[in-house]
Design a binder for this molecule. Structure first.
Ligand SMILES: [Zn+2]
Ligand SMILES: [Zn+2]
Length: 238
């Protein structure tokens, strides 16, 4: 405790999600305490959103299931942006804890052979200090006791995803991913990790590639996913 207090005097105490300075002995700032956009209630097995916010109309995806603890908004959006673009690598730990917890709840009866994550291309690797999905996968591996094997590769560059439309994205990622030559995927059950799911086209493409290479089942886990607020029209439908 004394060393904690000394460290507090020197470095201050920071909220584990957003890094804001907070009082000694607290773990979260007030905003993160009250504003964490957790996905609650029954979840849609196709898009991972809560049934109260699902608008996917049961659109079939290539994965066998998806799990996420948060919506990509409010404090979690801020937190992930800091983690990805401001080199706050330590945030991986708390994001991985929540994501691992969601996996434990949503995929209770599934025995995973290994965890894989969405890879960077060589160019991305050179530009960035770390792969956000990779760091979260490593932390999740420690918590869940499942090894990480990065068999997915990205031999081709794609344009930055957040600026392209959903339609364009599907074409944009098609053929961008592959698996390493010596990967043994036959009959394996894989947990595929990424930080954010928006349209799901990247996950879908990676699952497709893993399954072509022999994977039996692929489940996805992401820290956060986007879900539009339901329009009035959506709400009226059963
Ligand atoms: Zn905070
Ligand atoms: Zn849905």
């Amino acid at each position: 405790m004394l060393t904690d207090f000394i460290s507090y005097l020197i470095f201050g105490n920071h909220c584990k999600y957003c890094g804001e300075l907070i009082k000694f002995g607290e773990a979260l700032c007030n905003e993160c305490k009250t504003d964490l956009p957790r996905i609650t209630g029954e979840k849609c097995k196709y898009c991972g959103a809560g049934k109260d916010r699902c608008t996917c109309k049961n659109a079939k995806m290539k994965y066998d299931g998806i799990s996420a603890p948060f919506y990509y908004e409010k404090t979690i959006e801020k937190s992930i942006r800091k983690y990805k673009f401001a080199d706050k690598q330590y945030i991986a730990k708390v994001l991985a804890e929540d994501t691992a917890e969601a996996v434990k709840n949503d995929f209770k009866d599934i025995n995973f052979d290994f965890i894989d994550f969405i890879p960077f291309s060589k160019n991305q690797d050179k530009k960035r200090k770390y792969n956000p999905a990779g760091e979260i996968a490593k932390e999740m591996s420690k918590i869940l006791g499942i090894p990480v094997k990065n068999v997915l590769t990205k031999p081709f560059e794609t344009e930055t995803q957040h600026i392209s439309s959903a339609f364009y994205r599907q074409g944009n990622v098609a053929g961008a991913y592959d698996v390493s030559e010596n990967a043994d995927l036959h009959g394996k059950t894989v947990l595929l990790v990424d930080d954010i799911k928006t349209t799901g086209s990247t996950l879908n493409e990676c699952v497709r590639v893993l399954k072509i290479a022999g994977a039996e089942k692929v489940y996805c886990a992401v820290v956060a996913l986007t879900a539009k607020e339901k329009s009035k029209k959506d709400k009226e439908k059963p």
